[in-house]
Design a binder for this molecule. Structure first.
Ligand SMILES: *Cc1c(COP(=O)(O)O)cnc(C)c1O
Length: 354
């Protein structure tokens, strides 16, 4: 029996996607060849890449708006430095909402003046800073829309005069926002889109080519735009599986439909946490993430018991990150509401047993 998979990343993918992806490894498009043994220049794979980039732009409603979608390697972590390499000339601002934004800021400092515009470090990142000033002279402002580790999320995307750059690794394709507010969005595939090994970058072409430094080819967005993400051999399996997830999302009503389900799932789980006197939520209520639900037992004496009940109920991956402790249920697009109900039932069961 499949487990209820609350893993933070790599994480749950739709079951039909896993099956199709496995089939592609065995025999892609009835070619009697495996996806992973054909040329990335073959029509079979070029079509996959075209379809994947086109679906990404379509789902984000960014088609014909001056954006390019790229599938790159090096993870979101590579984007921490690539964004700054390509875009930081004088000064860039960062909203520090957790471990990932801190790392992005650290990398940017290699390329110029990168400042922390606001931070929620004072409360172990359990909220999203508000009411900060953004200097319009910044080359860009960088935010992390969803903080995977701490379970907070920007519910209002800041309006800024400068370019808005965003790490959307753990909430891309999960909710409807005006994606055209961003000049660049990046997201490691392994949270809500596919297996590890590729990173989606959606970039507005007009922001590129403005820095004075020389950028090595592999780290220059223009290289990858010019070569349609095939400057070097792309991670074919990761791109193919991501394409299948994007197709699945489109067939299931796109972002607006999945958002409704995500809200329903998150509300159900947060209500269960709030209504169970054994548990506390970690993030401030108004900033709670729809994707990563962080919570803890008020009394650690119940930990062994709760862990045992989770195991018995086939629940996987609810341990919190070491920097927060407690529990984290990652409830990405592919996780069904039935899995949420199983977790809630276990929480209620714990209450009954003590
Ligand atoms: C997981 C994650 C990362 C790191 O991604 P890698 O692909 O492992 O480099 C960065 N940012 C956020 C928000 C994440 O959730």
């Amino acid at each position: 029996m499949k487990k209820h998979n609350f893993s933070a990343g790599p994480s749950i993918l739709p079951q039909p996607v896993i099956e199709q992806s496995a089939q592609g490894v065995l025999n892609i498009n009835n070619s009697n060849l495996s996806l992973i043994e054909i040329s990335h220049r073959s029509k079979d794979f070029v079509d996959i890449m075209d379809n994947a980039t086109s679906l990404a732009l379509e789902l984000l409603n960014l088609k014909n708006k001056g954006y390019k979608a790229l599938f790159l390697q090096g993870g979101a972590s590579m984007q921490f430095l690539m964004t700054a390499y390509n875009l930081l000339e004088n000064k860039a601002g960062y909203i520090n909402t957790g471990a990932w934004s801190s790392k992005a800021l650290k990398e940017a400092k290699n390329f110029g003046d990168a400042i922390e515009v606001a931070s929620s470090k004072d409360a172990n990142f359990n909220y999203i800073p508000k009411n900060y000033e953004v200097d319009s002279n910044l080359d860009y402002l960088h935010i992390t829309t969803n903080n995977t580790i701490f379970g907070t999320q920007f519910h209002d995307i800041p309006d800024v005069e400068t370019n808005l750059i965003c790490d959307m690794s753990s909430d891309i394709f999960s909710r409807q926002i005006d994606f055209s507010k961003f000049s660049l969005i990046y997201a490691g595939a392994q949270k809500n889109m596919g297996p590890a090994g590729t990173t989606l970058v959606v970039v507005k072409e007009s922001i590129l080519g403005k820095v004075s430094r020389t950028i090595p080819s592999m780290l220059d967005y223009k290289t990858h735009i010019d070569k349609d993400s095939m400057f070097n051999t792309p991670p074919v399996f990761a791109v193919y599986t991501s394409m299948l997830t994007l197709e699945w999302l489109k067939e299931n009503g796109g972002i607006s439909n999945i958002e409704k389900k995500n809200i329903e799932k998150a509300n159900l789980l947060y209500d269960a946490i709030d209504n169970n006197e054994l548990f506390n939520g970690f993030a401030r209520k108004e900033d709670r993430s729809l994707m990563n639900v962080t919570f803890n037992l008020k009394n650690q004496e119940h930990k062994n018991n709760f862990d045992k009940l989770c195991l018995e109920a086939n629940i996987n991956g609810v341990n919190g990150h070491r920097s927060v402790g407690g529990y984290r249920a990652s409830i990405y697009n592919a996780l069904s509401i039935d899995s949420i109900k199983v977790l809630i039932e276990v929480m209620n069961e714990l209450k009954r047993t003590i």
